[in-house]
Design a protein around this ligand. Structure first.
Ligand SMILES: Cc1cc2nc3c(=O)[nH]c(=O)nc-3n(C[C@H](O)[C@H](O)[C@H](O)COP(=O)(O)OP(=O)(O)OC[C@H]3O[C@@H](n4cnc5c(N)ncnc54)[C@H](O)[C@@H]3O)c2cc1C
Length: 275
């Protein structure tokens, strides 16, 4: 019997990219720059929860030109006759719908186009951000505790997560940064213990200290969750430890590779499910 091909379901259209403006640039620490995006085109942006991400579109590295989206049948879209601009995933650190301002904190790690763009960003510049944030992590607010681990790239997400955890919760947080100058003030309602891990200049791969921190951590009593975002191989080692050595159920662990050593534009869907 022959079967006729089934029509595939229509692909849901992604929200149109938005043309924004760089309103201001602030140096948070020697290696972390906050770019505040604004402008009336950001109206309607909706934050759905902590640790979500937007994509920031980047100028062509050879020409320095940022391709802007143009009106199409379903709103703004990138023109088909030129190369689609590169983009990278970033956490909306803060979205203020009253002032239409979106803060995004960039690690200046010295290699990629997004890091380079942020390091050179100036107020008044045109920028393009994706239409809506996606991938929010909705914490289990009835849990007793969270253990949270991340590197600098995860620091903005961790900050949004801490703002969302309730006062009844214990949050044990381990953040690896280069040195004490990269630490930031973090706050939220939960009973929070933050351990800053300083890798210094001797470690090639950011995040290595997170593995030992997790191995040595005492998990509190009660119902808890572990949230980890870091370089992809570091995240996998932590995940393996949690699943194999600690025998934690997969449902209690949320891991994500935010970047991968040597990889350009690592996927923003790397949850370490292969471990
Ligand atoms: C959901 C999500 C949220 C994120 N939120 C943030 C955020 O708020 N702030 C932030 O700074 N990053 C964040 N990241 C990570 C960011 O998307 C990546 O670091 C991205 O690769 C940076 O792009 P790039 O153009 O600078 O470098 P790429 O062109 O992607 O990579 C170039 C080289 O730089 C290396 N590299 C990439 N990132 C880092 C890094 N952080 N440290 C050291 N080396 C690196 C790569 O291994 C590669 O060798 C997030 C990622 C995800 C998936």
């Amino acid at each position: 019997m022959t079967t006729s091909p089934q029509p595939s379901a229509p692909r849901r259209k992604r929200p149109s990219p938005r043309i924004a403006e760089v309103v201001r640039v602030s140096q948070l620490t020697p290696h972390m720059i906050r770019v505040t995006f604004g402008g009336e085109n950001l109206t309607g942006l909706v934050s759905k929860g902590p640790a979500e991400h937007v994509r920031i579109y980047l100028p062509n590295e050879n020409t320095g030109v940022l391709t802007l989206p143009v009106p199409g049948p379903e709103g703004l879209e990138f023109p088909e006759d030129v190369e689609r601009p590169k983009s990278r995933a970033y956490t909306p650190r803060r979205w203020n719908a009253d002032t239409n301002e979106l803060d995004v904190d960039f690690v200046i790690h010295g290699e990629g186009p997004a890091s380079a763009w942020a390091a050179a960003a100036k107020a008044g510049e045109t920028a393009v951000v994706s239409g809506q944030p996606s991938g929010a992590y909705l914490p289990e607010v009835d849990a007793d505790w969270y253990v949270i681990l991340g590197d600098e790239a995860a620091l903005p997400a961790i900050a949004t997560l801490l703002e969302a955890l309730p006062a009844t919760m214990q949050a044990d947080v381990y953040i690896e940064v280069l040195n004490a100058q990269e630490e930031q003030e973090l706050s939220g309602p939960a009973q929070t213990n933050i351990t800053w891990l300083h890798r210094g200049n001797d470690h090639d791969l950011p995040g290595l200290l997170l593995i030992d921190a997790m191995r040595n951590a005492d998990l509190p009593e009660g119902d808890g969750r572990v949230w980890v975002s870091a370089e992809a191989s570091i995240m996998r080692q932590v995940r393996k430890h949690l699943l194999e050595d600690r025998q934690l159920d997969r449902s209690l662990i949320r891991t994500q590779g935010y970047w991968k050593h040597g990889d350009l534009n690592h996927t923003d869907h790397d949850m370490g499910d292969d471990v």
